[in-house]
Design a binder for this molecule. Structure first.
Ligand SMILES: CC(C)(COP(=O)(O)OP(=O)(O)OC[C@H]1O[C@@H](n2cnc3c(N)ncnc32)[C@H](O)[C@@H]1OP(=O)(O)O)[C@@H](O)C(=O)NCCC(=O)NCCS
Length: 183
């Protein structure tokens, strides 16, 4: 099993307990949180809950959120999600969901679409997902562009966990193969 994924510029390793620190820092950054849920920064309890859930997801399913660092070295720049959507997400709980959060200093270089493409391919090649979904705020243009760049198409609009509007995008396995790697 490939525990670490590599792209031309990124190293993507499985989430572990210590990554609660990165999640705490990112979820306290207003620019990052602007289009997440209701836009509020997360409480310590929420950070701990999500961090622990990600450890458990890896243990139960053998895939999950990944921490991204640049191959060139340096500290983590963010993370990419591949996980079951779970209850209350506005999509079926068993959907394979992709997500991406980068620290603002890493934006604007194509790193999000590069990492997202790697997890998309992992979902189809290793995990065996029939399709992948993303839930994106319709106002989150940067994230919608990432989804489009990896071949996802808008499916419908709905309501997220915090009552916020979300756009659901999907890529099915049958439409996946022609999509190029690395954005
Ligand atoms: C969503 C998010 C990950 C997108 O990051 P991003 O850096 O804009 O995404 P991309 O990897 O697609 O980069 C695209 C940009 O890189 C530029 N770029 C530079 N080199 C590039 C390359 N080699 N390949 C592709 N794009 C490149 C593009 O021109 C584009 O720049 P622009 O937006 O100024 O036009 C980031 O905004 C984020 O972390 N937001 C906060 C968390 C969040 O909302 N997550 C999504 C929840 S649904």
């Amino acid at each position: 099993m490939a525990r670490v994924l590599s792209t031309s510029r990124l190293r993507l390793r499985p989430w572990d307990e210590a990554d609660a620190t990165l999640l705490a820092r990112m979820s306290a950054t207003p620019a990052v949180m602007r289009h997440i849920g209701d836009g509020a920064i997360w409480t310590e309890a929420r950070v701990a809950q999500v961090a622990a859930r990600n450890v458990e997801h890896w243990r139960l399913h053998g895939f999950g959120w990944r921490i991204a660092s640049q191959v060139q070295g340096g500290s983590p720049i963010g993370f990419f999600a591949l996980s079951f959507a779970g209850e209350g997400a506005g999509v079926d709980a068993a959907e394979h969901e992709l997500g991406w959060w980068l620290a603002p200093e890493a934006w604007g270089r194509g790193l999000a679409r590069e990492g997202a493409a790697a997890l998309r391919d992992e979902a189809f090649e290793r995990v065996g997902a029939p399709s992948v979904v993303a839930r994106v705020a319709p106002a989150n243009g940067r994230s919608l562009a990432v989804a489009a760049a990896i071949g996802m198409q808008p499916e419908r609009d709905g309501i997220g966990r915090a009552g916020e509007p979300i756009r659901i995008l999907r890529l099915t396995r049958s439409r996946w193969s022609p999509v190029p790697r690395d954005g």
